[in-house]
Write a protein of this length. Structure first.
Length: 384
């Protein structure tokens, strides 16, 4: 879509070299809405944005609600969050990109990747107008493209796919023809209807464009545990031994929470078997929060932590943070149950819990709308 949009614009102004800009919100210099989108004399100006988030306000890449953080603190959290979403939590293609569709009625899957959930979904919500019920325009799928910044936002998402492949030294490893041969129709700059396969657009060089290189400080923002790992493990064992509730609820078995799922109307801590074994070199341990069902028409977000001791120390700046679930309503997939997969091999190593028989996984609601969310269960898997 971005590719054809760019070509159409270039054709309209008679400039074959025209290129869309990307909004580099993942680096400190880019963590404010660019001036070209806030100047009310510019064609990129849009009235349906949260006025409290205009410059000099620093973007919140893991947005839930407004905070009183200083710009410096917000930048630090953003960089730590990017490290999790791009590096430690996304060491496999499926974790970063999400699951791949297959042909047939049973081929549908709903397992979004790290970068799609946030910063993608979170920034959509952060930008949208707080005066509108669904934070339109950017905060809802049906209206998001009315805002010109939509295209710069998505150009950066596309750029981060290239950055991810370079950072992990990984080429596309999805060989499934069901996915590569899936196709879509777009109108090109000559008003011709063109059929494009997924396999046609996975290489930006073949499409005729590349991205300006910028420094990526988040690559070196590996977080540290909020408590010394040995002390944390002792505290967890003491709580378990004394049969104290961890946070609000404790569940010993985690294969299935309830027949119809467990409502996420409060924080939920689940004891999960670690299934320790000598893993193969290329395998990744993955926490799977499965059977997520979202009802209602509001932005939904909850965070996932491992071996959390102190709810006052909840932040992507701490190693216990495993990832997030952020859901924008209106995308047409709300009736399907969703699986959240989070890579945790590096996290467990840093918490010195990689060989423990079990770990504690906490689902922490961050929006009131989580009362309309049910979760089927939490388990551990391996991904090759």
């Amino acid at each position: 879509m971005i590719y054809f949009h760019e070509r159409i614009l270039g054709s309209l102004i008679g400039d074959e070299t025209f290129a869309l800009p990307y909004w580099a919100w993942d680096i400190p210099q880019g963590m404010v809405i660019p001036d070209m989108y806030t100047n009310n004399s510019s064609s990129f100006y849009h009235t349906m944005r949260d006025v409290s988030h205009l410059p000099p306000q620093t973007a919140d890449l893991n947005y839930v609600s407004d905070t009183n953080l200083s710009p410096e603190d917000q930048i630090d959290i953003n960089l730590a969050f990017m490290y999790n979403q791009m590096v430690s939590g996304a060491r496999k293609t499926e974790l970063f990109m999400g699951c791949t569709y297959k042909a047939g009625k049973e081929g549908y899957c709903n397992g979004p990747g790290t970068i799609e959930l946030a910063p993608h979904n979170a920034l959509h919500t952060w930008i949208g107008s707080s005066l509108n019920p669904g934070r339109e325009d950017m905060g809802k799928f049906y209206s998001a493209a009315k805002d010109p910044i939509f295209y710069a936002h998505h150009a950066n998402i596309d750029r981060l796919w290239e950055v991810w492949r370079e950072a992990h030294k990984q080429q596309l490893d999805i060989k499934d023809p069901d996915w590569l041969d899936s196709f879509f129709y777009f109108y090109d700059e000559n008003l011709r209807l063109v059929r494009v396969k997924v396999g046609d657009v996975v290489d930006t060089i073949k499409l005729g464009y590349s991205y300006e290189q910028v420094h990526r400080p988040w690559l070196n923002m590996r977080p540290k545990p909020s408590y010394p790992p040995k002390l944390a493990r002792q505290m967890l064992k003491t709580k378990e031994k004394n049969k104290l509730e961890m946070l609000s609820r404790t569940l010993v078995s985690s294969s299935e929470l309830d027949t119809h799922g467990r409502a996420l109307d409060a924080s939920l801590t689940v004891k999960v078997r670690n299934h320790w074994r000598k893993k193969e070199k290329e395998e990744e341990k993955v926490i799977v929060v499965h059977g997520i069902e979202v009802k209602g028409d509001a932005y939904v977000k909850f965070d996932v932590y491992v071996n959390l001791i102190d709810q006052f120390k909840i932040s992507p700046k701490f190693r216990e943070f495993a990832g997030t679930f952020a859901h924008i309503p209106g995308g047409g997939a709300g009736k399907k149950k969703i699986d959240l997969k989070l890579g945790v091999s590096e996290l467990l190593e840093d918490l010195e819990a990689d060989q423990d028989e079990s770990i504690w996984v906490t689902l922490l609601p961050t929006t009131p709308s989580c009362s309309n969310v049910t979760v089927g269960g939490v388990r551990m898997e391996y991904i090759k």
